[in-house]
Design a protein around this ligand. Structure first.
Ligand code: TRP
Length: 320
């Protein structure tokens, strides 16, 4: 079994009960997004990916299948370094394309969740003879520079339009970090969801089978366990709206009735009926917003693979 290397997550990035409390008494209430992705949340997200409405995974996978040989040929990676890869089902497509033309490859995964790292290992175990697997537990913004980089050509991977889950400031910092870590031999493969018909976007985040709703409410169980709280999920409902001005999906938990939640050693937090707690955003990029982010980070497009119908793009990037 591969060992997970802990990159000793910085103290100031560890979230305390106090921070949760402060964010819930603000006018714009929120919970830290990463608490969505515990073991159960990660499994629910896999279910979302398979729903009829959630076009992102399917579209990205199709693009990868169609273009993996081309991507591998241009990037010619000795190491694939994936950031927040989840279960790495899509990564397998690239790994297989590489192993077809070359007998050895390193794969490193940097993820905040042990569960996700173990799922990655399970998915990739069968390539063990040809593939060297490294698992790193850490934050893909704070801890990226702690990875021991090889001088050979690496391909950074950031798929699933996870870039859209960052606000502009964080996205900017994240892309700069990667760009700074890259040498001129390295490439960066980035999957991004683009702006499209609002109805298509909205239904992707409000699937009929209700997996997104379960995924959203699961955050309450996670913070309950983590901070000894007693949120009742039956008092909340899942709401996902599209914010036109910011061009982003905003996912909330909305209270169905007056609710209170006791914080250990603190007062109760009171929620009025209809109060909303923001749990995650998912930005849908225009070409101009995306291009500006890339230029600001010193990244340029070497080749683009786009699904025009579903407005999803995979960019193969280099530094300039
Ligand atoms: N990266 C995924 C996305 O932006 C994460 C996600 C899944 C998500 N379901 C969500 C984000 C619901 C916001 C709301 O699509």
């Amino acid at each position: 079994m591969n060992k997970i290397v802990n990159l000793s997550i910085k103290k100031n990035t560890v979230i305390k009960s106090e921070d949760i409390y402060k964010n819930l008494i603000k006018k714009v209430k929120s919970l830290p997004t990463h608490f969505l992705y515990d073991k159960k949340g990660s499994k629910l997200f896999e279910k979302i990916c398979k729903t009829k409405e959630y076009y992102l995974t399917r579209t990205e996978k199709k693009l990868l299948i169609k273009h993996s040989a081309d991507i591998i040929k241009i990037a010619n990676p000795k190491e694939i370094l994936e950031l927040g890869g989840g279960s790495s089902k899509k990564t397998k497509i690239l790994i297989e394309a590489k192993l077809k033309v070359c007998k050895n490859l390193s794969y490193s995964s940097l993820d905040i969740s042990d569960e996700a790292l173990l799922m990655t290992f399970k998915e990739l175990e069968k390539y063990k003879k040809k593939l060297k697997i490294n698992l790193y537990k850490g934050h893909f913004i704070e801890d990226l520079t702690k990875l021991k980089f090889k001088k050979e050509s690496r391909m950074f991977l950031f798929l699933g339009s996870t870039l859209g889950n960052f606000n502009n400031k964080v996205a900017n910092k994240f892309l700069k970090n990667i760009s700074e870590a890259m040498t001129e031999k390295d490439t960066f493969l980035l999957g991004v969801d683009l702006i499209k018909n609002k109805e298509i976007i909205l239904s992707a985040y409000n699937d009929k089978l209700g997996f997104t709703s379960l995924f959203n409410k699961n955050i309450l169980h996670v913070v309950n366990k983590e901070f000894s709280l007693k949120f009742k999920d039956t008092n909340f409902k899942h709401v996902a709206i599209f914010n036109d001005k910011k061009s982003q999906i905003e996912m909330y938990l909305k209270t169905k009735r007056k609710t209170k939640v006791k914080f250990p050693g603190r007062k109760e937090v009171l929620f009025e009926k209809g109060d909303k707690i923001l749990t995650e955003i998912s930005r849908k990029f225009s070409d101009s917003v995306l291009n500006k982010l890339l230029i600001d980070a010193g990244l340029q497009v070497k080749k683009e693979f786009r699904d025009k119908k579903l407005s999803y793009t995979i960019l193969l990037l280099k530094t300039f």
